[in-house]
Design a protein. Structure first.
Length: 497
């Protein structure tokens, strides 16, 4: 049965949304959080395991120093306080894919706390306050075989891959984000996008949402408009694209309003996000912190980073994303609206890389925010996740600049690139897309167009140069678009004036 929803505008008339975002960042350390097993993505199942990450009796964990360093750098970049002393804790509940049956995490003593990040949406700045960023380990991965949904319900049997169990994670938890109103979905997306940019700049993770190395849990609640209270929240788990973060917030706002409008109570629960249909479905009833029976991890010593070490790490921080955007906007000459569109599309990095490859800022922006953004929308993916690289775009524009392609032909090259037909030059060669530069062929096509349209030719001879457009169109059609329209116009005027 399909979910009953309240139109988004009607939600805002009656309710104030509150959001909380929990972002899990899988670190790119060479080994796991508490053992020496490798962390390579895509290895054969259960080949990157040992007694420690399998939870075998007597195995003792040891903290990964590089993971602690990465956690501190993330905290500093988020304007957090760095704890002088903190401990790990055991978080207990049934994990089918965690062989220890508890997760080594942090609870009331995180390594980073009380930070913030400012994000901008449509010219308005929203401060997202960070409650904490803490260290923990990832779980394994379950594969449910059989059934139509890939979930445990309806499956014939399940398989477990423990390669991911024990990989270092940093969980970044916001305080409730209030006051975003109609912009709540966009604020959520902008925050995760900016956080991902920061993580990549820090070099602590590849932050590939498609591979699960950065995952967002979206908490959402509604309260009666102007009440100032927080409603009962739901947590949509493992949202794996920027576009879906925005869609999940929007969907849950409409769903919550429908439940409340029926006079029913919101169930505090986790929910699954369905990328294909853009809806959430119920997962399990959400536990409160006390239900996890946290207690200090007895097998690990406390972590006490020295102030000298913290300051050394502070000196390694990259440029702040907000400052970077301001610098790039000035360098590229983009208007505020152009820059907002660029950031909103998640295209800042690919445009910067395309410009670095030799393309002008306006040309790079034209392709990424025009033709390629349209293709991304059709495919339901984010712009940077298209099967086209900045180097590809730069090469296509270079071919346009040298006169080998026009914009219409360039769009056909992008068709080939997205179809996996090779490099831009290979696509041009295979599809025969290069502009015809043979003057003899162009001249013959112009002569044929003049002969076929004598009335238009007479108008041009009489000084009505604007009429040349009809002959140019005829030549371009004859040449299948593979002619330089400017040169065609020159030839027509040379022959008729």
């Amino acid at each position: 049965m399909s979910e009953t929803l309240v139109p988004f505008d009607e939600v805002l008339e009656a309710y104030d949304p509150a959001m909380g975002l929990e972002v899990h960042v899988e670190l790119n350390t060479a080994s796991k959080m508490f053992c020496g097993c490798p962390t390579e993505f895509g290895a054969e199942p259960n080949t990157q395991v040992c007694p420690t990450c399998l939870g075998l009796p007597g195995a003792m964990p040891v903290v990964n120093r590089r993971a602690v360093e990465s956690a501190i750098r993330i905290g500093l970049a988020l304007n957090c306080e760095i704890a002088e002393w903190c401990r790990f804790a055991r978080k207990n509940y049934f994990y089918p894919d965690m062989p220890k049956n508890f997760q080594t995490s942090q609870y009331d003593e995180p390594i980073c706390f009380e930070g913030h990040m400012d994000v901008e949406v449509d010219g308005e700045t929203f401060r997202v306050e960070i409650e904490r960023a803490h260290m923990e380990e990832d779980t394994g991965k379950s594969l449910h075989v059989g059934g139509a949904t890939g979930r445990i319900h309806g499956a014939d049997h399940s398989l477990v891959d423990y390669n991911r169990a024990g990989i270092p994670l940093i969980e970044i938890v916001t305080k409730p984000i209030l006051g975003a109103g109609a912009k709540a979905p966009e604020v959520a997306r902008a925050y995760v996008a900016q956080l991902r940019d920061l993580i990549v700049a820090l070099g602590v993770s590849d932050a590939r949402m498609d591979q699960g190395s950065i995952r967002a849990d979206v908490n959402l609640s509604l309260s009666p408009k102007g009440s100032g209270t927080l409603g009962t929240r739901t947590e949509t788990k493992n949202v794996n694209s920027l576009r879906s973060v925005e869609r999940a917030v929007r969907f849950e706002m409409s769903r919550h309003a429908a439940v409340l409008g029926r006079g029913e109570a919101i169930l505090q629960e986790t929910r699954h996000w369905h990328e294909d249909t853009g809806v959430t479905t119920s997962g399990r009833e959400k536990s409160d912190a006390e239900d996890y029976r946290y207690f200090p991890e007895p097998d690990l010593v406390p972590v006490a980073p020295s102030r000298e070490w913290v300051e050394e790490l502070r000196a390694t921080l990259p440029e702040n994303p907000t400052a970077r955007r301001a610098r790039l906007q000035a360098a590229w000459g983009f208007s505020d609206l152009e820059m907002r569109d660029t950031v909103g599309a998640g295209a800042l990095d690919v445009i910067e890389q395309t410009i670095a490859a030799g393309t002008s800022p306006q040309a790079a922006r034209k392709w990424w925010l025009g033709e390629l953004a349209r293709r991304a929308n059709e495919q339901g993916v984010d712009v940077p996740d298209l099967a086209v690289t900045p180097a590809d775009v730069a090469r296509v524009q270079a071919l346009v600049d040298e006169g080998s392609l026009n914009d219409k032909l360039a769009r056909q090259v992008f068709d080939g690139l997205l179809a996996g037909e090779g490099s831009p030059d290979e696509v041009v060669a295979a599809r025969g897309l290069a502009i015809v530069s043979d003057e003899g062929a162009l001249s013959a096509a112009v002569d044929a167009a003049i002969a076929a349209h004598p009335d238009v030719a007479d108008k041009i001879r009489d000084g009505k140069v604007a009429a040349a457009g009809a002959l140019i169109g005829a030549v371009m059609k004859e040449m299948r678009g593979q002619a330089d329209a400017g040169r065609v116009r020159e030839l027509i005027l040379e022959k008729l004036q």
